[in-house]
Ligand binder design. Structure first.
Ligand code: SF4
Length: 432
């Protein structure tokens, strides 16, 4: 049996990091983890070939060769997806099928499901409220497999909420990861996604840092309390969100954040407040999107009941579209939303945020630096595109020298954020 696994092309969006990847001569951020895992479940005797259309081209002869073609993509899943394999028995992905050098990050998955019920989110509907996790042995085998294949650098834990089962993390998983990282002399930097209540758990944050975690994506959504109530984001309510972010950052985890405008309860002042809030938190990578209602969410159903649903959500949170009729005037909402993006990614504001963040950021653990030749290329390309011909050149050089002399141990981060900033600015300029 010849099996062809095809990963469709991503459009150029906020998360594609297309403009940033070219600095390090990479073609994609992450490999297609789902397909690699499925490939590992197929009989050993079958021939397998993977075509990731983000890094290579799908040719007619690939299709002619195949008896079956498997396709995986992030989209609203249909009923057959409910027939999932038990995550606790999934094998280590067949990493050998990809050209690792073409990827900036490797990914693994520890858990599925989330205990929360945010109205706009389809994770609880797809994966359930009961958090299902892999075993300690599975996780260690997966990172060991990546290590044996020669991978060094970033590994993203793709869980929607990594801290859904804290007890097991503290007891089992994080101590095992720490011991493994120590033994191998810190070959990886882990990144993941977690809910804001991570900030309540000092012990958990310290264990994550010790295990080699560097960043967490947190769904902050909005600083407006009534909008948090509306979308049932209970874990974000009744707390000082700026202080929570600072607390996570203070534990040496840098926070990337998700924000939303377009809630029914958003007041006209939300746009100004959102920009100020982002600047205050020092969240460098702030993804601000328009509220949309994916199929399968409680929001989708509510909007149907209210006769406000227009179409399926596109899945692209930077395409300036909403799939329902908002309470606020639509044209005004889009205009003010663009104002937020223009403001937070203007070179002056963005670079100030980066500097503010780096000023207070104190990584606890000395990570082993893994040099790649692509970094050298990125260094010179950034000087050309950002430092000479970019409209951010003044801010670029100011940050460059400031970090070099004031925070030399964070110079690599300043440099990475400069490249990210270029991507974010370009992507929004393109959309605008
Ligand atoms: S916490 Fe995150 S993953 Fe969980 S329901 Fe809310 S948005 Fe979805």
């Amino acid at each position: 049996m010849n099996i062809l696994l095809v990963y469709p092309k991503f459009p150029n969006t906020f998360w594609s990091l297309k403009y940033a990847l070219k600095f390090i001569s990479k073609k994609a951020t992450h490999p297609p983890l789902g397909l690699l895992t499925v490939a590992a479940m197929l009989p050993k005797g079958w021939k397998k070939k993977l075509v990731d259309m983000n890094v290579t081209t799908l040719r007619d002869k690939d299709l002619e060769w195949a008896d079956y073609v498997f396709i995986s993509a992030m989209s609203i899943q249909n009923a057959s997806v409910k027939e999932l394999p038990d995550i606790a028995t999934t094998p280590t992905p067949l990493w050998g099928l990809i050209a690792r050098k073409k990827y900036a990050t490797m990914s693994i998955q520890y858990s599925r499901g989330c205990p929360f019920h945010c109205e706009f989110c389809n994770i609880p509907a797809l994966y359930g409220h009961k958090v299902r996790t892999k075993s300690k042995a599975q996780i260690i085998n997966e990172i060991e497999a990546l290590y044996s294949l020669g991978w060094r650098g970033d590994v993203f834990l793709v869980d929607d909420n990594f801290i859904g089962n804290r007890g097991k993390l503290k007891r089992d998983i994080l101590p095992a990861m720490s011991a493994w990282m120590e033994e191998k002399q810190h070959p990886f930097t882990f990144n993941t996604e977690a809910s804001i209540d991570l900030s309540d758990d000092e012990e958990l944050m310290q264990l994550m840092v010790k295990a080699g975690f560097a960043s967490v994506f947190v769904g902050i959504e909005t600083p407006h309390e009534e909008s948090l109530t509306e979308c049932n984001k209970v874990q974000n309510k009744n707390r000082d969100l700026v202080a929570c972010v600072k607390k996570i950052q203070g534990s040496a985890l840098y926070v990337t954040g998700g924000f939303i405008v377009g809630f029914d309860n958003d007041p006209p002042s939300i746009f100004e407040r959102m920009s100020t809030f982002i600047q205050e938190t020092g969240i460098v990578t702030a993804m601000v999107g328009l509220l949309n209602a994916p199929r399968g969410t409680k929001l989708y159903q509510r909007l149907i009941n209210e006769g406000r649903l227009l179409k399926d959500a596109s899945g692209d949170n930077t395409d300036f579209s909403m799939n329902f009729i908002p309470q606020m005037d639509y044209a005004l909402l889009i205009k003010r939303y663009k104002d937020i993006l223009g403001r937070i990614y203007s070179p002056a504001t963005y670079y100030t945020r980066v500097r503010e963040f780096l000023r207070g950021y104190r990584p606890l653990q000395r990570k082993t630096f893994h040099f790649h030749f692509s970094y050298l290329g990125a260094f010179f390309k950034s000087m050309l595109f950002l430092g000479i011909i970019g409209k951010e050149r003044f801010y670029y050089w100011r940050l460059f020298f400031w970090s070099l002399f004031r925070r030399p141990q964070l110079f690599h981060l300043a440099f990475t954020f400069s490249i990210y900033g270029y991507h974010f600015r370009k992507i929004f300029e393109e959309c605008l």
